[in-house]
Design a protein around this ligand. Structure first.
Ligand code: ASP
Ligand code: MG
Length: 432
């Protein structure tokens, strides 16, 4: 029983979609669950659509829907070997675009808060992507079942960062697996194709999402529920690297990582996998393999428990688009447990993470993602008790297990607002 996850880059064009089919045929024997993201940069495109709907810019919104449709048409056209296949793929796309339009019409009237509205619309990236991949699989005669992940991943209503309700989710995933195991059409083991990133709020039945890049986490949730033997995340690089190669050309692939190292790297912002991915896998000892869809026979990175607890690879993580929130208590009372509890509750309620935090007697500084839709509600809550000062245009650099010399080399010429270190992890708030 294995789980494969294909991200946006792996299905960004016709060539990629056909490659996914080949990879699944070559490497995916036995019971398999396949998690697929939105195609290419569709989620970014949907974010502009959401913005337009939120601001009531209706003609603009319809224009973006047109662009979305065109981008997907361009992807599917080269996939079809003849007119009938083309019509079939086109038909699937049109069906989903028309569902999207119907939903937009309804949402326009409902005027949901931004973060909730976001989840109702952004999921179309994954829904359209998996529907098209599924139609292509069918054309190729690849037997599988397409499942809406909303029917599997039960969550709370923290829009854009929903939390899994584990018990309900595990039982739904198991039931779905058992259902497809009984199908005579799936004799060589179940094959389920579903979306990453998507959940559903148990109470309202509305769509939720697990945070940007959340498909990795979906794969891990499914693997946990199904007691999978491994999760394989297919990427355009041959594994996890010790730094972002776009920023540091000397970056190298790490062939193995412990769960602990992977958790730390993703926690500090390494964009290799979604930060919440590791924990469920670690709990059940399921290895995670990060592997290249371009060079599938290269080893990749294996993330699992490994005995050598003292070994840590030096690495550099740069988290961009950060801002610093400085909170000073208005009556100069100490930022004690009560103040901290208030601050962290506000962050938790909005799903905004303190990427770095430090406090003095009367002030508290936090480095957070510069996402106004999460940050402003937090500020609103804290405004009565704290004076708030914001500095934008920052990055958070985390240097792990580096020598003094390596650190000063990496930071030379950079202006840092402050730094903090604990053990072998050094963090710097850097002005961009
Ligand atoms: N499509 C979503 C995103 O781009 C989720 C994912 O790809 O993991 O963030
Ligand atoms: Mg990704």
């Amino acid at each position: 029983m294995r789980v494969f996850k294909f991200g946006g880059a792996s299905v960004q064009d016709a060539e990629g979609i056909a490659r996914v089919h080949r990879l699944v045929c070559t490497y995916g024997e036995g019971p398999l669950w396949i998690v697929v993201s939105a195609m290419g940069k569709t989620t970014n495109q949907l974010e502009t659509l959401i913005q337009a709907v939120h601001c009531q810019q209706w003609p603009g919104a319809m224009e973006i829907v047109g662009q979305l449709q065109e981008a997907h048409e361009a992807r599917i056209a080269p996939l079809a070997a003849n007119v009938t296949e083309h019509r079939r793929l086109q038909g699937v796309l049109e069906q989903w675009i028309s569902k999207l339009k119907t939903d937009l019409d309804r949402l326009r009237a409902e005027k949901l808060p931004y973060n909730c509205l976001y989840d109702q619309i952004v999921v179309y990236g994954e829904l359209i992507s998996t529907a098209l991949v599924s139609a292509y699989f069918e054309i190729q005669g690849f037997v599988h079942a397409w499942v809406d992940a909303g029917a599997l991943l039960v969550t709370d209503a923290t829009w854009r960062d929903a939390r899994i309700q584990w018990e309900a989710t595990v039982s739904k995933v198991k039931a779905c697996h058992a259902l497809h195991s009984c199908e005579p059409s799936q004799p060589s083991g179940v094959c389920v194709l579903t979306q990453g990133f998507i959940g559903q709020d148990a109470a309202s039945g509305l769509r939720t999402t697990l945070g940007r890049e959340g498909s990795d986490f979906t794969a891990s949730v499914l693997a946990y529920a199904l007691d999978a033997s491994e999760v394989c995340v297919w990427k355009d690089v041959a594994g996890v690297m010790d730094a972002d190669p776009r920023l540091f050309p000397m970056a190298r692939i790490l062939s193995k990582l412990s769960y602990r190292e992977a958790v730390e790297m993703t926690y500090y912002g390494a964009s290799i996998i979604h930060p919440r991915t590791i924990q469920p896998l670690q709990n059940k000892g399921i290895p995670l393999i990060v592997r290249s869809f371009l060079e599938p026979d290269q080893g990749g990175t294996v993330i699992e428990e490994h005995g050598d607890r003292d070994h840590f690879s030096p690495c550099v993580i740069v988290k961009k688009n950060q801002c610093l929130l400085e909170l000073v208590s208005k009556d100069l009372s100490f930022v004690g447990e009560e103040g901290l509890a208030m601050i962290y509750k506000a962050l938790y309620d909005q799903g905004l993470k303190a990427n770095l935090a430090r406090h003095t007697a009367v002030s508290f500084s936090l480095c957070v993602d510069n996402d106004p839709y999460k940050r402003l509600p937090v500020q609103e809550v804290l405004d009565s008790a704290f004076g708030i000062h914001i500095t934008e245009g920052l990055s958070l650099w985390t240097l792990m297990h580096q020598s003094d010399k390596m650190r000063s080399g990496l930071l030379s010429g950079k202006q840092t607002l402050f730094e903090q270190h604990l053990g072998n992890v050094y963090q710097y708030v850097v002005v961009d």
